[in-house]
Design a protein around this ligand. Sequence first.
Ligand code: ADE
Ligand code: ZN
Length: 324
Amino acid sequence: MREFVERLPKVELHLHIEGTLEPELMFELAKRNQVAIPFSSPEAVRQAYQFTNLQSFLDIYYQGANVLLHEQDFFDLTWHYLLRCQVDRVVHTEIFFDPQTHTQRGVAFDTVIRGINRALKQAEEQLGISSVLIMCFLRHLDEASAFATLQQALPYRGEIIGVGLDSSELGHPPEKFANVFAKALELGFKTVAHAGEEGPASNIHDAINLLGVTRVDHGVRCVDDAQLVQMLAQTQMPLTVCPLSNIKLKVFKQMSEHNIVELLNHGLCVTINSDDPAYFGGYMNDNFWSVVEAFPLTKAQIAQFTFNAIAASFIDADTKARLA
Ligand code: ADE
Ligand code: ZN
């Protein structure tokens, strides 16, 4: 079964590029850029990754991103992830980036996107891995900051397929960003949002109705509302579920308590993704394997996660038909 999982072609739909910063690269970049980090070794960094909830992770995650300063840093970060995609047989990936994490520190929007894009292009040419970019707004920041970020993205309209919403869900509901998402939709961006990760099922509802999302990131709290579950199944609204992330951030106590298989059996369009693999202990193969190990699944059920991801992806219709 492990071999089946490893060989299965995969499509990743929920991956924060800043969350692929491995401790070794963090150290290399800290040295290269002369940025002080409060750790003595990559092992010490790993030791510090003991999270109690989403916020405890975010605090350390934003701190880690401080070592990213130059275009080459963003290239290196992205390229390392794409090499890992090759190992895990990820043939297409839809990557989140958080421009505000960088622009707030004085790093130019252009620097971030140029470095990421150069790596994406190289991966398409050299590794045959296709990709799209999704720009996330940080929901703990205000609406004006999100609008300013949308403005900065306009010259890159051709390179950013959609906008998303991430960071602290509790206290920052979808409605806070209804106006900026309406503007993004008007400009032709697709929209997605983290909802129902730590926050209530009503956030999933609101992401769909107020933000016009075509996918819900996480969405696992939908089970608190039976009608919502039924609607998600009927409309085949995709959920980009991140199993290892959910365990690390204590959304579920252990994998055997995760609801991903229950949702799959209810006919929802659930997918498996790695979220922030450098922080949560695994890339795509590990995420698939963690589910397969915890639940008795057939090969057809495991493959369904990939079929769902193809259906839920922003790949053009012709490529989708070829992949399916
Ligand atoms: N940013 C990076 N990973 C995230 C997650 N799992 N939830 C919310 N914001 C994030
Ligand atoms: Zn996420």
